[in-house]
Design a protein around this ligand. Sequence first.
Ligand SMILES: Cc1cc2nc3c(=O)[nH]c(=O)nc-3n(C[C@H](O)[C@H](O)[C@H](O)COP(=O)(O)OP(=O)(O)OC[C@H]3O[C@@H](n4cnc5c(N)ncnc54)[C@H](O)[C@@H]3O)c2cc1C
Length: 388
Amino acid sequence: MFDPHDPLGIEDLLSPEDIAVRDTVRRWAADRVLPHIAQWYEAGELPGVRELARELGSIGALGMQLSGYGCAGASAVQYGLACLELEAADSGIRSLVSVQGSLAMYAIHRFGSEEQKRQWLPSMAAGETIGCFGLTEPDHGSDPAGMRTYAKRDGSDWVLTGRKMWITNGSVAGVAVVWARTDDGIRGFVVPTDSPGLSAPEIRHKWSLRASVTSELVLDEVRLPADAVLPEVTGLRGPLSCLSHARYGIVWGSMGAARTSFETALDYARTREQFGKPIGGFQLTQAKLADMAVELHKGILLAHHLGRRMDAGSLRPEQVSFGKLNNVREAIEICRTARTILGANGISLEYPVMRHATNLESVLTYEGTVEMHQLVLGKALTGLDAFR
Ligand SMILES: Cc1cc2nc3c(=O)[nH]c(=O)nc-3n(C[C@H](O)[C@H](O)[C@H](O)COP(=O)(O)OP(=O)(O)OC[C@H]3O[C@@H](n4cnc5c(N)ncnc54)[C@H](O)[C@@H]3O)c2cc1C
C-alpha cells in the first residue's frame, strides 16, 4: 500500500535496532522539545540546556557513533536517523548534538591522547560536560587557513591569543576544542572554559537558530599545559575531518526539518478550504506537494546511501559535500514551499514551517556554504581548483 509518509518504502531499509534508535530519539524530542520550542524560539534562548544535554546523554545521543569512553558505538545510519529526528523538532537541538558529538568529541576521540580521551569523553557522552568547537574567526570563515588565533610556546606551556566567532554551545561549554596557528602549523587545543583569559560572550539578535547558544570565544593569553594540544594531527586536515563528520549528520538532519514542514503542509492542504474545497484538491497545490515529496524522499534515500557508505568505511568527503549541498538546499526549498501552502498562517510561530525555514538559513551557511560545496564538487569533477 502507498504510504504518503514513506512513498518509497524507505522504512524497509531499516533494521529493528535502527528503528529502536529512531523511535527513542523521536519520543524524546516529542516530549522534551516540541511542547516548548516555539516559546524558546520566540525568546531566543535554550533554557535548561544543561538538563537537555544530560537527557540527550542518557538516551545515548552524544558522540553516538563513537565507541568506548561511554559512547554508544552506534552505526552511521543510526546516528543519521537520530539527527533527522532531532532536526524534525528544531535545527538548534540537532546543532547542540552535532557540535558535541561530531565536532568536539570526535576531535578528541580521533586526535586526542589517551589521557585527553579519558578525561573528557565519558562526561561529554553523559552530557555532564558540554563541548564547543572553535574554528571560525571574525575575518576567516570559509577560508580558515588564514586564521589569526595563535598558540605560542612559553617553556613547555602553550599561550593562546585570538578570537573565534559564531561558536555553537560556546557560553555553556565546559570544554572548547580550539584550532590555532603555531610555528609548526595549525594545531587543535583542548581548553577548559574556566581557564583564566577565556571568555565566551553570547551572540544575540539572531533571526535563525534562535533556540541554540551561539557565542564568541575570546582568548586573551590563555595559558595551557603542554599536554593540552591534540597530539595526533597537524594542519587543516584536523578540523576539516571533524567538519566532514558533522556535515554527514546535516545531510540527514536537514531532511528532518523538511519532513516536518512537508507534513505540516500536507495536513493543512487536506483541511483548509477555499473556493468551496480543500486547497489540497487544487492542481497547483498538488504540484507543490508532489515536488516536495519527491525531493524529501530522494534526500532521505541519499542520506541512507551515504550512511551505508560511511558504515562500510568508503564514504568520501566529496560525497558528503554532495549530500550537504543537495539536502540543505532542497530542505530550505521544501520549507519555503510549505510556507506558501499555509498562506498567512505560514508566517506564524503557531506552525513550525517558518521556524524551520529560518533555521535552515544557518544550516545552509555553516559546515561549508553552498558555494564551498559547489567548489569541492567542481574540483572533483574537473580536476581544477577554483577556490582562489
Ligand atoms: C548559527 C551558526 C553557528 C555556527 N557554529 C559554528 C561553530 O560551532 N564553530 C565554528 O567554528 N563555526 C561556526 N559557525 C560559522 C560558520 O561555519 C561560518 O559562518 C561559515 O564557515 C561561513 O563563514 P563566514 O560566515 O565567515 O562567511 P564567508 O566565508 O565570509 O562567506 C561569505 C559568502 O562568500 C562566499 N564565498 C567565500 N569564498 C568564496 C569563493 N572562493 N568562491 C565563491 N564564493 C565564496 C561564501 O560561500 C558566502 O556565500 C556557525 C555559523 C552560524 C551562522
